[in-house]
Write a protein that binds this ligand. Structure first.
Ligand code: SF4
Ligand code: SF4
Length: 416
C-alpha cells in the first residue's frame, strides 16, 4: 500500500517503521475473516484492514477523532490477523504506533485517564495487588456468586526445590501471577529440577513491561524492562541458559526487549541478549522431553482436557500444537476446540477497559472449550486463566501444573 507520510512523520523512527509495514499490506482483506472484533461487530473499521486504513490516513495527515481512538481501542492486539496475513504485515507493531499517536492527538477524559493510571500503578505493584486480592478472598464468601467468581481462588505453591544443579534458568518475577497462582512457577521449578535444571528466582525484577506498554505508557514499559535486565544480568553473565516466562503474554513482551530498547544506547545490547534468552514454558520443556518422559506416571488415568491456546502463544510466538502434544503424551485425552484461533477476550486489561466485548468473547470461547465436557481447561497464560475461570465452574489451570502432577522422582523437596 503506497503511503505519503505527513511531514511530521517523515524521517522519524515510528513513521519510517509504520511506512514499511503499510507498504507490505496489499489490502486483500483475508485477515478480516479471522478477526474476533470484526466477527462480533461486523464493521470494517473494527477489523484489521479498516484499522490499518485508519492508521494510514492519520500518518498522511488526516484529522483523528475519538471514533478513530475507539476503533483502535477495541482491537485486542491478539494478532490473529498476523497469522492469517499472506504478506507478513506486522499489524501488532503498527497498531502500537497508531495508538500512541491517536492518544497524543485525541487525549482521554478524566475518568478514563484515572482508570488507566490506576491499572498501570495497581496491577504492577505486588504489595498493592497482593493486598487487594487477599482482601477480596476474605470477602468472597459474602458477595454474590457473579462477583465472587471474578476473585481467583488461592492455589498453594508447594515446594520450590533448592538451586542444586549446575544448569540454571531464571524465572521472570512478574506482577500479578505470583499473587494469583504461585503454583505455576513452582510447578515448572519442580519439573526442571527432576531433570537436572534449577529454575532460580533472582529478586529485584517485576512486571515484564507488557501492562504499561499496552496502556500506552511506553517510557514506563522501558523502565520495567531495564529493571528486569539489571536483576537478571549477573545471572546471565554467570551462564544462565534461559529466562523462562510461564505466562505467554509476558513471554512475548520479554522476547521484544531488543525492539523496546533498541534506541537506548545503554541497554540496547543487553536487551538483545535477554530477548534471545527468553523462553516460554514449552520451549524449555519440549527440548528436555527425553529426560522427562521416563518420569511420567502413565497409570493415573486420562482426564478430559480442553486446551485454550493463548493468542500470545499461537499468534505472538507462533507456537502451535506443542503443548497439546505433551498433554497427550502424559496420558490425557485432548478434546477438539472449535475456532481455537480466536481470543478469549482477556487481552491484558481489555477485560476491564472493554468489558462488554470481552464478556461476549469469553462466552463464545467457553462454549467452544466446554462443548465436550472437559474435566479441566488448560492454558498457558495467567490472564486467560483468570478471565476464563470467572465464567465457568470447571477448573482452569496452567498445563505445566498438569505435567508436574504426573511426574515422580527428583529431590524430596520436589515431591508434593
Ligand atoms: S494485513 Fe495482510 S491480510 Fe490484511 S489486508 Fe493487509 S495484506 Fe491483506
Ligand atoms: S489484533 Fe486481533 S482484534 Fe486486532 S485487528 Fe488483528 S485480529 Fe482483530
Amino acid at each position: 500500500m503506497q503511503t505519503n507520510l505527513a511531514p511530521e512523520f517523515r524521517g522519524t523512527p515510528d513513521g519510517e517503521e509504520a511506512d514499511a509495514i503499510l507498504r507490505a499490506c496489499v489490502h486483500c482483506g483475508f485477515c478480516t475473516a479471522t478477526c474476533p472484533t470484526y466477527q462480533l461487530l461486523g464493521d470494517e473499521l473494527d477489523g484489521p484492514r479498516g484499522r490499518i486504513y485508519l492508521i494510514k490516513e492519520m500518518l498522511e495527515g488526516a484529522a483523528v477523532s475519538a471514533k478513530t481512538q475507539l476503533h483502535l481501542d477495541r482491537c485486542l492486539t491478539c494478532r490473529s490477523c498476523e497469522t492469517t496475513c499472506p504478506s507478513g504485515v506486522r499489524y501488532g507493531r503498527l497498531v502500537d504506533i497508531g495508538r500512541r499517536i491517536v492518544d497524543e492527538r485525541v487525549g482521554r477524559g478524566t475518568a478514563e485517564s484515572a482508570l488507566r493510571w490506576s491499572l498501570r500503578k495497581g496491577l504492577v505493584s505486588r504489595p498493592l495487588f497482593g493486598g487487594a486480592l487477599a482482601l477480596g478472598r476474605i470477602a468472597k464468601a459474602f458477595v454474590p456468586s457473579q462477583m465472587s467468581r471474578r476473585i481467583p481462588a488461592s492455589s498453594p505453591a508447594g515446594a520450590w526445590p533448592a538451586a542444586r544443579h549446575a544448569r540454571r534458568m531464571i524465572a521472570l518475577e512478574g506482577c500479578v501471577q505470583p499473587s494469583i497462582a504461585p503454583s505455576i512457577d513452582a510447578a515448572l521449578a519442580r519439573v526442571l529440577d527432576r531433570v537436572g535444571i534449577s529454575l532460580v528466582r533472582v529478586g529485584g525484577g517485576g512486571c515484564c513491561a507488557a501492562l504499561p506498554f499496552h496502556l500506552d505508557d511506553h517510557d514506563g514499559a522501558r523502565a520495567y524492562a531495564r529493571r528486569n535486565i539489571d536483576a537478571w544480568w549477573p545471572h546471565v553473565e554467570a551462564g544462565a541458559e534461559a529466562i523462562v516466562v510461564t505466562a505467554s503474554g509476558c513471554g512475548v513482551m520479554v522476547k521484544d526487549y531488543a525492539h523496546l530498547l533498541a534506541r537506548d544506547p545503554a541497554y540496547a545490547a543487553r536487551g538483545e541478549r535477554v530477548a534471545a534468552l527468553a523462553r516460554d514454558t514449552i520451549e524449555v520443556v519440549a527440548p528436555e522431553w527425553k529426560s522427562i518422559a521416563p518420569l511420567v506416571a502413565l497409570d493415573k488415568g486420562p482426564q478430559r482436557v480442553a486446551f485454550h491456546a493463548p493468542c500470545s502463544l499461537q499468534h505472538g510466538m507462533r507456537i502451535r500444537g506443542e503443548v497439546e502434544e505433551i498433554l497427550r503424551a502424559i496420558g490425557h485425552e485432548l478434546l477438539p476446540v472449535a475456532d481455537a484461533h480466536l481470543c478469549c477476550g482477556s487481552a491484558g486489561t481489555y477485560s476491564i477497559l472493554q468489558p462488554e466485548l470481552s464478556s461476549r468473547l469469553r462466552r463464545n470461547k467457553l462454549a467452544a472449550l466446554e462443548a465436550d465436557r472437559p474435566n479441566v481447561i488448560a492454558s498457558a497464560n495467567i490472564g486467560c486463566q483468570t478471565h476464563l475461570a470467572a465464567g465457568t465452574s470447571r477448573p482452569v489451570r496452567h498445563w505445566i501444573e498438569l505435567l508436574d502432577e504426573r511426574m515422580f522422582g527428583g529431590s524430596p523437596a520436589g515431591r508434593r
